[in-house]
Design a protein around this ligand. Structure first.
Ligand SMILES: Cc1cc2nc3c(=O)[nH]c(=O)nc-3n(C[C@H](O)[C@H](O)[C@H](O)COP(=O)(O)O)c2cc1C
Length: 323
């Protein structure tokens, strides 16, 4: 399948694995890239630029295909040294960066000067237009369904994607709620040039997370995620668990008076406990509504092959058969 995204990133299939805190290690990024998609290492999970340099080198040992690095600009307890992260990305010879959160304008000059292609993740049309205006090469349009931070506008992909198709000149992928060949077919039909998946890639053989996390995704229904931190204008879609129930209760009690400190125990520094140690009630972890469509733990190769095969069958048989 050839789209503007496969051409831009020089990949075989229009399928991207979005950056994921404590999931997007080199081993997963390499597996996705080796399967013909675009794997992405999550920069800030590495904590220091030196560690990220090592992770990039590790990824290069496992794949000779293109892979990217995610740089997330979200409110964090300690602001990371972004210029130093950009520096190791450039020195590591990475050709693609996925940015997310705040607009990446401050890192654009350095990335562009190094010839790096930038795909910015946006949850709205106005932010997508801004990304286009500051020179991003592509946008990942992240609908309200998504795991992680869906923004504050609550617009699902059924609306967001055709709006993006009508508005943007740069290519974009559909992100949020993507799981299978039906998702890819629908995304293409709505005007996208591919898909970006987070939650689906956690339930793969190569995702280096505890089996409890994969099992939690397999067990989830479409009613098992929650939105937290809305009062802080930092909304996050997470898997429900005991810690999240505590957050929801605190939020209900405090309303607009909520401060980050009120929920810090359930959200700060919890990812290693959940993703690596499998302590499923240790805190809140991002998860998409799409968990309800995930029923197995294939390899990345099996998953990507299956998605592409299903999409091709959908287009050739089901859709053209309707005419
Ligand atoms: C566990 C988890 C952690 C994530 N961490 C990040 C992150 O650090 N930076 C980022 O830009 N997006 C992050 N995301 C969002 C994903 O890159 C992707 O945009 C999102 O998962 C797409 O929605 P889906 O889960 O429905 O596929 C995370 C998602 C999950 C599920």
């Amino acid at each position: 399948m050839k789209t503007k995204i496969t051409e831009l990133f020089e990949i075989e299939h229009p399928i991207i694995q979005g950056g994921m805190h404590y999931v997007g290690f080199a081993v997963l990024a390499a597996a996705v890239s080796n399967a013909g998609g675009l794997g992405i290492i999550t920069g800030l999970t590495q904590r220091t630029p030196e560690n990220l340099a090592k992770e990039i080198a590790r990824c290069r040992e496992m794949t000779d295909k293109p892979f990217g690095v995610n740089l997330t600009f979200l409110p964090t307890v300690n602001t990371p040294d972004y210029p130093a992260f950009v520096d190791v990305i450039i020195k590591g010879g990475v050709r693609i960066v996925e940015t997310a959160g705040r607009n990446p304008v401050e890192v654009m000059p350095a990335l562009k000067a190094a010839g790096i292609k930038v795909i910015h993740k946006c949850t709205s049309i106005r932010h997508s237009l801004k990304a286009q205006q500051i020179g991003c090469d592509a946008v990942s349009v992240d609908g309200f369904e998504c795991g992680g931070h869906p923004g504050e506008d609550d617009v699902p992909n059924m609306i967001l994607l055709p709006l993006a198709a009508d508005t943007l000149e740069i290519p974009f992928v559909a992100s949020g709620g993507m799981a299978d060949g039906r998702s890819l077919t629908a995304a293409l039909a709505l005007g996208a040039d591919g898909i970006n998946m987070g939650t689906r890639f956690i339930a793969t053989q190569e995702a280096p997370v505890h089996s409890n996390v994969k099992q939690a995704i397999l067990n989830a229904t479409e009613r098992d995620t929650r939105l937290i931190m809305r009062a802080l204008r930092n909304t996050e879609r997470v898997m429900n668990n005991a810690a999240v129930e505590k957050i929801v209760a605190t939020e209900k009690a405090l309303g607009d008076q909520l401060q980050f400190e009120d929920i810090v125990e359930q959200v700060a520094g919890v990812y290693p406990k959940i993703m690596l140690d499998g302590q499923m009630d240790a805190g809140a972890w991002s998860c998409g509504l799409v968990a309800s469509l995930i029923h197995d733990i294939p390899t990345c190769e099996e998953l990507i092959q299956r998605i592409v095969r299903e999409a091709e069958d959908n287009i050739r048989q089901r859709l053209s058969g309707l005419l």
